[in-house]
Write a protein that binds this ligand. Sequence first.
Ligand SMILES: Nc1ncnc2c1ncn2[C@@H]1O[C@H](COP(=O)(O)OP(=O)(O)O)[C@@H](O)[C@H]1O
Ligand SMILES: [Mg+2]
Length: 266
Amino acid sequence: METKPSEIVIELDNVEKCFGQQKVLNGVSLQVRAGTTTVIVGASGQGKSVILKHMLGLMRPDSGRVVVFGQDLAQSNTKQLRDIRSNFGVLFQNVALFDSMSVYDNVALPLRERTHKSEADIRVDVEEKLALMGLEDHGAKFPAQLSGGMQKRVGLARALVLNPRVVFFDEPTTGLDVSKSNEIYRLFFETQARLNYTAVIVSHDVPKIFKLSDVVALMADGKLQGCMSPEAFQLSDNPLIRSFVLETMGPIYSSETEETLLYETL
Ligand SMILES: Nc1ncnc2c1ncn2[C@@H]1O[C@H](COP(=O)(O)OP(=O)(O)O)[C@@H](O)[C@H]1O
Ligand SMILES: [Mg+2]
């Protein structure tokens, strides 16, 4: 049965961006549909984070358009941008938890800053998200008392506490070993199934999330190459994608790792 594609939540249309002489984005185009997971891969320094910053409205394109929820960000005023961003959840590489605040207060922060909820209602929301991340007994601790994996889970709880429509992850498992980063992705996809958010993930851990994503794109030569299903991406004859697939995923294909199992079910 054909299912109708869901609405477009984010659209990049021929976005260009230079920093001085360096052209980082040279005609980036992408459509992100509601409820899907898009994974952007590519070598360091190619402009993956710069793409996310454009989607978040933190950077403006030199030319081209960034449209979020049908609204051109360049045409949006400060209040409109704030309203758009209130639908976003963000987890960056360094997590950026506040060291002087407890886990509970870190997760409560977006609710205190962005809503008028009472402390009693905030407690309900925070406890729900902590439980979702298996952190129900750790609310009173401080970030420094937690392992790296637990800190990421706190970051994930905080990114999701406002029940965002779109969640952005920039290299969310940086610094974690294989089993810890698999755990983060497992939690991520479980909560996505439950909360139904749209996800844009920048990752170099391609194999772990490959099968679970809807669209994969390679950032290379200033453009997003591919923007296709993981199956099609893997078989693409685009030379840039081919060499990426061979270099990044080749060794994993032939090894007996957990990731191999993911491929076998493709
Ligand atoms: N605010 C900025 N000012 C100047 N150069 C920047 C800025 N942000 C990113 N760049 C440059 O753009 C390029 C792409 O950066 P980035 O998107 O962070 O790469 P990555 O793909 O590793 O996420 C890099 O060469 C970086 O130095
Ligand atoms: Mg980056």
